[in-house]
Design a protein around this ligand. Structure first.
Ligand code: ADP
Length: 534
């Protein structure tokens, strides 16, 4: 073989190798003339699987690239090309091309400028890569982020609005309940009851809407721990008993002989159970019954709430958990917001559990919830927080620090007929601290939002003061979140109560009648009271 023939055979091998390479890479390789949308000189066969055009069709029509580009992307793609041409820099552009059958493909176009022997730019050598899956993933992530932002904004708005609504509600419910404790003409008693009923309904709505919004925006904090199912069931049954007695419905429990613990947020599990059991009583018949049974199994523990009520038609079951859908119960006179089951589902799922219903129309329903099981944590239980013992004199002083005049008047009225209780009032934090130092009150009630210093600063100063370091401090707020509650307890508050406060139960006793000055969190008690009034 002559040298020329050897050289020619080597160059053929090299060309075959490059051709194979260009045809196999998972992108379209192209050569286009340098110039405004210069005609394409070469396009690799992959153009066919990407855009549905054969290389011959693509090269035969120099304007095909421009025609197939989605019109909204043309200006941007052209600008990228102009920039590369004028600056002589590599081209990088992303745009959409329509395929032969009309679908859309996102491409990343990357090319370098190649110069001729005289140093003049002559060609673009480039690749088109299909980036549709990447763009789709970006679009989904963006949409999720937008939805998250909207949810957070909604949750912030609702949280602020709920605070604004709870403050006047505190006055309505507080003074209404106070009126109920005094002798009233029969007609007036009924009017007061109507006012309270409306107030309680509004409060239920505010609380439930706020909880749902927090769950949706993932700002509801759950503290998951091992929770005794039987304790929760017992407490829930106790709370629903008055309502059951009023409706003539018997309450039963079964399966409570075996110890059973689940992983859940105790307070929220109780809230979920309270919703289910209150419904089993509300949607029941006179003389009927409701049964709570616990079925601990290896993988999950199921709690069932069964009733002897009207049951639910199979075609209505999907609507049960939709917010505000009461399935016609709004026409029956049974009170409700239509939010209980939606909230219960969100709470149970938020705790890693599941919820469902079985029902036979005309016979009754069984709502069940299943949660992950947990070990008995009794060996690790913390000792109960104990209150300092106090020697109580014959006159007890309560200091109330709150800038809302109607809250102060409400507490003043509640305590008015309590002999032996003196009330000191302060509308500012600093004024409250001065009064505390001077009068050594037996109990201090502090509102979180004060005009001069934040409530937690007041609590810390009280805790650090020699005269008030051990005085019980109850902190009140209209916008209670578990996080805030934790923060204030950590700052030194003895107890945290959310407004509206429930005067006859909470403040109707003198300090020494409150066992050890240890009021317990009021939210669930209040919820049961409200449901009991239905
Ligand atoms: P609410 O009780 O405030 O209306 P829920 O979200 O708790 O709201 O319940 C939604 C609807 O589902 C109720 O209005 C009622 O029509 C129906 N429902 C709930 N529980 C039961 C039950 N145990 N038996 C029959 N119907 C029920």
């Amino acid at each position: 073989m002559t040298n020329d023939r050897v050289a020619s055979s080597r160059s053929l091998d090299a060309e075959r190798m490059y051709r194979t390479l260009v045809e196999q890479v998972p992108v379209v390789v192209y050569i286009a003339e340098f110039g405004q949308h210069g005609p394409w000189r070469y396009v690799s066969p992959r153009i066919e699987s990407m855009l549905g055009f054969s290389p011959e069709e693509w090269l035969a029509n120099p304007s095909l690239w421009y025609e197939q580009m989605v019109p909204e992307d043309r200006e941007r793609a052209m600008a990228d090309e102009v920039l590369s041409r004028e600056m002589g820099t590599p081209l990088r552009s992303e745009y959409r091309l329509r395929t032969h059958d009309g679908s859309v493909v996102w491409v990343r176009d990357e090319a370098v400028v190649v110069h001729d022997g005289a140093g003049r730019p002559s060609f673009f050598h480039g690749i088109l890569a299909d980036i549709t899956p990447e763009k789709e993933a970006e679009r989904i992530a963006e949409r999720a982020e937008r939805a998250n932002r909207a949810n957070r904004a909604k949750s912030d708005f609702l949280s602020r609005m709920s605070h604004e609504l709870r403050t006047p509600l505190n006055a309505n419910l507080g003074f209404g309940q106070l009126l109920q404790t005094s002798p009233l003409a029969p007609g007036d008693a009924e009017s007061v009851e109507q006012i309270l009923k409306g107030g309680r309904h509004l409060l239920d709505l505010i609380n439930e809407v706020l909880d749902i919004a927090r769950i949706e925006s993932r700002t509801l904090s759950l503290s998951i721990e091992a929770v005794s199912v039987h304790e929760v069931v017992r407490e829930t049954v106790d709370l629903v008993l008055p309502l059951a007695a009023k409706r003539g419905v018997a309450l039963h429990t079964s399966g409570s002989d075996l110890p059973s613990f689940v992983l859940a947020d105790r307070q929220r599990l109780k809230q979920a159970m309270l919703n289910l059991l209150a419904n089993a009583v509300k949607y029941n018949r006179e003389g009927g019954s409701a049964t709570v049974s616990v079925d601990p199994m290896a993988g999950s523990t199921t709690i069932r709430v069964s009733d002897t009520g009207p049951g639910i038609r199979s075609e209505d079951r999907d609507r049960l958990f939709s917010p505000f859908d009461r399935l016609g119960a709004e026409r029956t006179g049974v009170e409700g917001t239509g939010l209980g089951l939606a909230l219960t589902k969100a709470l149970v799922e938020g705790m890693g559990g599941s919820i469902g219903v079985e029902s036979e129309f005309g016979t009754g329903s069984t709502f069940w919830l299943a949660l992950p099981p947990a070990e008995d944590p009794s060996s690790m239980e913390e000792p109960a927080r104990s209150m300092p013992a106090r020697e109580l004199g014959s006159v007890h002083t309560i200091l109330c620090i709150d800038d809302n005049p109607s809250n102060l008047t409400l507490i003043e009225r509640i305590l008015a007929n309590r002999p032996g209780v003196r009330l000191l009032k302060a509308i500012r934090g600093r004024m409250g601290l001065d009064l505390a130092r001077e009068h050594h009150p037996d109990l201090i009630v502090v509102d979180v939002h004060l005009p001069d210093i934040p409530g937690d600063h007041v609590i810390r100063s009280l805790r650090n003061g020699p005269a008030t370091g051990r005085t019980p401090v109850i902190v009140t707020s209209a916008d209670s979140t578990p996080k805030q509650r934790k923060r204030l307890i950590a700052a030194g508050a003895t107890e945290y109560l959310s407004k509206p406060l429930s005067p006859p139960r909470r403040f109707g006793r003198t300090p020494q009648e409150e066992p050890g000055f240890r009021p317990r969190p009021g939210s669930l008690r209040n919820a049961a009271d409200r449901r009991g009034a239905a």
